[in-house]
Design a protein around this ligand. Structure first.
Ligand SMILES: *Cc1c(COP(=O)(O)O)cnc(C)c1O
Length: 366
């Protein structure tokens, strides 16, 4: 039996006709950048995230970059974030000229440890960028308390956590703004690159909106230096077909996770810890095991897809060497990087497939 880490072909089979019809309409209109379909998606994502405004952009990375640029973060500034994330979080900070300042993670949730943020705040700190990793939101109340006490912006990197909740509040709705990715492997995946920023701040919305198109307003008059961060309607129509299904897909992922949790109970497999404050959307189902690298070989030999998110924490990446961080600075992030494996958790998994994954892992651990 083959069990891929993710099967987008299975997902597409159920929505193909709808998406193709919508794409045809876009092509017939030849409105190929922005336009009413992008606006419709923005309204729908704002609503799904309990936010007033949304700005569609070209990727999750550009959502982060536009947010930082629109908040006027740049050289001389510091942004506090987690070292245990996808590169884009830190790459976006770096590209503005600001300095990424890392604090370690909570080893249970893999998200930033809020207790470590306040001691990392300096007079140069401008923002905190928590990442809602694997589908579960970071512990936002203490993060917002530190931000409030120090007048810092909070940019939620919610690339993996669209519609996930913390104390019944939606991802992206708690901080100054929230950033989503529509990279195809995310829970709301487009048919190419795409992203979105949500906010309740009208002035920030306006800035984000202008910055998406070279800081231009009115046409050919440039108030700020922005970029080409635009979203196209082909992505928008595909995402509009997917959005009404997201709730059921997330439910199916949670059901798959619960199935695994039950089967792994009492074994040496450490299953995901989900805080009582959170409802996760399981962009990833991540376990920790001793002998992780051998287990990966064993899973691959059995045609089971798996992946390490992420093998090298950001403070140990070559491109950030000049920050001066080194091995041992963030022990929990480093430990997690050595022990985690993501297993298939996508909605279309059958019980037979899950059983095969569990049996293959438990046979290896015996
Ligand atoms: C995917 C991802 C991004 C970047 O999104 P893209 O759409 O690929 O640019 C940023 N942060 C995190 C945590 C991600 O998982």
């Amino acid at each position: 039996m083959q069990v891929p880490l993710l099967d987008l072909v299975a997902q597409y089979a159920g929505i193909k006709d709808e998406i193709l019809a919508q794409i045809n309409e876009v092509l017939d209109s030849q409105r190929c950048i922005g336009g009413p379909k992008v606006e419709e998606l923005e309204k729908a994502i704002a609503k799904a995230s309990d936010c007033k405004y949304a700005v569609g952009v070209s990727s999750g990375t550009d959502a982060l970059l536009n947010s930082l640029m629109s908040l006027e973060i740049g050289p001389g500034d510091e942004v506090i974030t987690t070292p245990f994330t996808f590169f884009a979080t830190v790459g976006a900070i770096w590209r503005t000229g600001a300095k990424p300042v890392f604090v370690d993670i909570d080893p249970r949730t893999y998200n930033i440890n809020p207790e470590l943020i306040e001691p990392a705040v300096t007079k140069r700190t401008k923002a905190i960028m928590p990442v809602h990793l694997f589908g579960q939101m970071a512990d936002m109340n203490p993060i917002m308390a530190v931000a409030g006490g120090n007048s810092l912006a909070v940019i939620e990197d919610a690339a993996q956590s669209i519609t996930s909740t913390y104390k019944d509040k939606k991802a992206g709705s708690i901080g100054t703004c929230g950033c989503f990715s529509f990279f195809p492997s995310k829970n709301m995946g487009g048919i190419g690159d795409g992203g979105m920023i949500v906010t309740d701040d009208e002035a920030l919305y306006h800035r984000l909106f202008i910055m998406r198109n070279h800081g231009m307003e009115p046409q050919y008059y440039h108030k700020y230096v922005g970029g080409n961060f635009r979203l196209d309607p082909i992505q928008a129509v595909a995402l509009l077909v997917k959005l009404p299904r997201l709730k059921d897909w997330s439910k199916a992922r949670r059901k798959n996770a619960a199935y695994y949790n039950k089967k792994f109970k009492g074994t040496a497999v450490v299953t995901p810890y989900i805080s009582d404050d959170c409802e996760t959307i399981y962009n990833q189902y991540v376990i920790r095991v001793p002998g992780r690298d051998e287990l990966i070989q064993h899973l691959r030999a059995n045609d089971i897809g798996c992946a390490i998110y992420y093998p090298v924490p950001m403070h140990l990446q070559e491109c950030f060497a000049s920050t001066g961080y080194g091995k041992g600075d963030f022990p929990e992030a480093e430990k997690a990087a050595g022990e985690v494996i993501a297993l298939p958790v996508y909605p279309e998994l059958t019980d037979e497939m899950k059983d095969f994954v569990v049996d293959t892992i438990l046979a290896f651990m015996d």
